[in-house]
Design a protein around this ligand. Structure first.
Ligand code: NAP
Length: 467
């Protein structure tokens, strides 16, 4: 049977449905499934929050006996392997559906093509590739982690009418209005992790959480590129690190191991991939199974980790473990309230920011940060091509880079941005402005303009590279 406009209509609905749980299905993709009988939807579901159950068994259960002879529309090829749940392809066969329409085939080597073969072998008609481009966009995080071993990276910038993103030395300067800010909150809620440079963390003292009523629990993991551990100890990020994870990415030369290993250059410190995954670095991208395995190992190592509560759930994106010797440090910090003590010693830059220089000061800052719940990873912050696979290994599929200028430039120059969201506001910044690293006239080649939307008086232009 050839693909009809009705098929495309139902698939479009399944894709819309799949977006409902973006950012909430841990390492599993958020998939949509419709069961349609005689042109009527008799069952529909999206992958459950936490990643299980998958969409298909839920939609089939809703359809019940009406699934017999029906058509199933699924945004991603049904799984064919026995993981923590039985294969979805088996469920579709058991319920007696006559036809399965798929948008995207699964790059997971345990599934790729096998789900389709299993269905066809059972006499079910299968059509794949329906609305594939839209399907791939809805699965961008999952597909990027599977095929490129890194998260899908969105760069978001708000640019004033005179091409600025802020004003030097003035902290947060309102560029966009409330409608655009609300939209950014939604984007954060759909994203696994959010990243800023230390310049922004110091000058803006941002929270980087989701404050939209009802979505607060969907705040992403917060990551700061902080080479020399300069994050102010009184910052909002530190104060809230126990509620929403904060990871500082610091240079290897401020790691405790660097201090201990006199004369050993940071380049010979243990390889992050060997540490993080236990896999040979030459292995390809981790499969869902490998991530689950890694996750399980971490659970055993740390019984207080929320991972241990993940019975029957997919691996939840976790803050990446300390790459070099940090967990022991966290334990050593003991009962403290050294935040104030340290701030007295290091009044530093604006809002307490400082660049600690001596080893004792670094030790103290590390202890305070870790006791406050901040995780520190030692992984050259100027090399996103090293950091991103480490994040993917921990199950982070999508990353939102929110600036500032230097950090945005770093990711653009590394060719590690997949989507650009550029807000243009009518506000004029004027003297002392920090120039935007990007404007509509200099979008890097390879990006396609996907569309323009208005949020109040602000204009959002979106650009994407093919997956
Ligand atoms: N309008 C917007 O969309 C938006 C969004 C976020 C921030 N902002 C504004 O941007 C301004 C801050 O921008 P910024 O460029 O000064 O700061 P930034 O990009 O947030 O951070 C840059 C600083 O972090 C250090 N750094 C460490 N690792 C880095 C890395 N991997 N890449 C780049 N820098 C790294 C740099 O040190 P070195 O200089 O030693 O290299 C530099 O001091 C603030 O005024 C803020 O309000 C605007």
């Amino acid at each position: 049977m050839s693909v009809t406009p009705d098929d495309e209509g139902f698939m479009a609905a399944a894709i819309r449905l799949s977006r409902r749980h973006l950012g909430r299905t841990a390492t599993n993709p958020s998939v949509g499934c419709l069961i349609v009988r005689d042109g009527v939807i008799v069952g529909q579901a999206v992958t459950a929050v936490g990643g299980r159950p998958h969409a298909e068994p839920q939609a089939l259960a809703e359809a019940g006996a009406r699934a017999r002879g029906a058509t199933a529309y699924v945004t991603l090829e049904p799984c064919s392997h026995h993981g923590k749940t039985p294969p979805c392809a088996e469920a579709l066969i058991a319920y007696g559906v006559a036809r399965v329409v798929i948008s995207v085939t699964d790059p997971d080597p345990r599934v790729s093509g096998r789900g389709i073969t299993m269905l066809r072998d059972a006499g079910i008609e299968v059509d794949a590739g329906v609305l594939e481009a839209e399907g791939r966009r809805s699965l961008a995080g999952y597909l990027t982690r599977q095929t490129k071993n890194r998260p899908y990276v969105t760069l978001k910038l708000a640019v004033s009418a005179d091409g600025m993103i802020g004003r030097a030395g003035e902290g947060q300067v309102a560029i966009t209005g409330p409608e655009a800010r609300a939209e950014v909150q939604t984007l954060r809620a759909e994203t696994d992790a959010i990243l800023v440079g230390i310049g922004t963390a110091i000058s803006d003292d941002p929270l980087l959480t989701v404050r939209t009523p009802g979505l607060e629990a969907q705040s992403p993991i917060r990551i700061v590129l902080d080479p020399s551990l300069a994050l102010p100890l009184t910052s909002k990020l530190v104060a809230t690190a126990r509620d929403v994870p904060v990871i500082l990415v610091a240079s290897e030369n401020v790691s405790p191991l660097a201090a201990d290993a006199e004369g050993i250059p940071p380049s010979v410190l243990p390889d992050y991939r060997g540490r993080a995954t236990g896999l040979d670095p030459s292995f390809g991208p981790p499969t869902r199974g490998e991530i689950d395995k890694e996750h399980d190992q971490n659970s055993q190592a740390d019984s207080s980790s929320p991972a241990t509560e993940d019975v029957g759930q997919a691996a939840i994106p976790q803050p990446i473990s300390l790459l070099v010797g940090g967990e022991a440090r966290a334990g050593e910090a003991g009962p403290i309230d050294p935040v104030n003590r340290l701030e007295l010693r290091t009044p530093g830059r604006a809002e307490g920011g400082t660049s600690p220089t001596d080893a004792a000061d670094l030790d103290s800052r590390r202890a305070v940060l870790e006791a406050a719940g901040v995780e520190i990873v030692y992984c050259n912050p100027y090399h996103p091509e090293v950091l991103l696979p480490a994040l993917a290994t921990r199950g982070i599929s999508s990353l939102l880079v929110e600036g500032g200028a230097k950090t945005a430039r770093l990711f653009l120059e590394a060719g590690l941005v997949d989507r650009i969201q550029l807000y243009h506001a009518p506000v004029v910044i004027g003297e002392g402005g920090i120039e935007s690293p990007l404007d509509a006239t200099d979008i890097p080649s390879g990006f396609t303009h996907m569309g323009t939307q208005m949020f109040g008086v602000d204009r959002l232009d979106e650009y994407e590279r093919g997956l």
